[in-house]
Design a binder for this molecule. Sequence first.
Ligand SMILES: [Zn+2]
Length: 447
Amino acid sequence: MQPLRKLLRLLPGRVLSAAALALAACTAVQAADVQQMRLHSAPDHTRLVLDLSGPVDHSVFELDNPARLVVDLDRGRMRFDPSRLDLSGTPLSGVRAAPRDGNRLRVVLDLRRKLEPKTFRLAPVAPYGHRLVIDLYEKERQQVSRSARDESPKRDVVVAIDAGHGGEDPGAIGPNGALEKDVVLAIARRVETMLKAEPGIRPVMIRTGDYYVPLIRRTQLAREHRADLFVSVHADAFHRPSARGASVYTLSDRGASSETASWLAARENRADLIGGVGDVSLNDKDDVLAQVLLDLSVNASLSASLDVGERVLDSLGGVARLHSRRVEQAGFRVLRSPDIPSILVETGFISNPEESRLLVTRDYQQRIATAIVAGVRAHLREQPPPGTLLAWQRDNPGAERSYVIEKGDTLSTIARRFGVDTAAVRQANNIAGDLIRVGQVIVIPAS
Ligand SMILES: [Zn+2]
């Protein structure tokens, strides 16, 4: 008798189903050490990640009064002191761990309120190994309040800035250890700061910290914020370390325009697998409806995407080496908002040793961000969405504008922003030197 059949004979009958055997075959049998624990706070959930030495099976249950979540790890061992976790600002009031029933490890999360747990394993992706992810969602899902669009005839243009990757998805990793998720968040924040200073433009950040946002959620957030433009920021890797230079992409459903484009799109589209998509409500009904309605505007949106893409590429050419001199196209899932002109900016190849060194410096990040802003500004000045201040300014070129001085402004930066001469601003406002004060209203002469 073969050993396997002998073994089966010894098992109780009810587990002798193919399913049970299949399940048994893929369970983790080795002991796994919890080497580290990490906390990521996202706006709608808190993620606790257990870094493990190997895959582990686990079970979860909840307890009330006080609210607790209990996670049992089969053959788990704790090699990390959970009291080292900084729980401030999280819905967790404590994390404890103790061995249980011989070879199990019990991890108890003390919760400040009842939360909806979702747990899953993640396979290794450098620099992370095997992980067990515990997502804790608020019971009352806070909907991002659909920001009522300012319906005044001079509303701000809303620009969504999407820093790629985040949390469990580090993105590409440079030879110097630089992580794409950190580099692109730093660049995105600089873009946000600069766009905030532009009259008539309101930036919104899709990701504000080190946490993962599923690809479909990124476009959903942009739509909830009623974005007029979507700019995704990346710094990627290629299988040849010699690949270098910045590039700009728009969506194509008809295949990629180059080898690099298809390679990058495939990489970016894998993000959800790597980042660990917990419970994403896809809101199908909305999406289908949106799709139908928006097919009508898809052509307009595509040509606007190309226009903003070309302008960003143009200004990037002034500060960085370009990977390609034209806007490339590929099937990036994150760009699939037919109603919102969308571009993906690869700020450089983090896999290229020289570019990786540059991309972590503040100076280079600022130059890249400035170039992105210049391209966005140029596009919006020429093709402003209807009903915006920028559209009004374009259609009333002779009109005088007023501006309220903000902290950090100088006459020359204001003049540059409005595309007028510093001397003209001085003259129009009877200012002798450069003395201006915060809150002062000045007139911007027509350019
Ligand atoms: Zn990326």
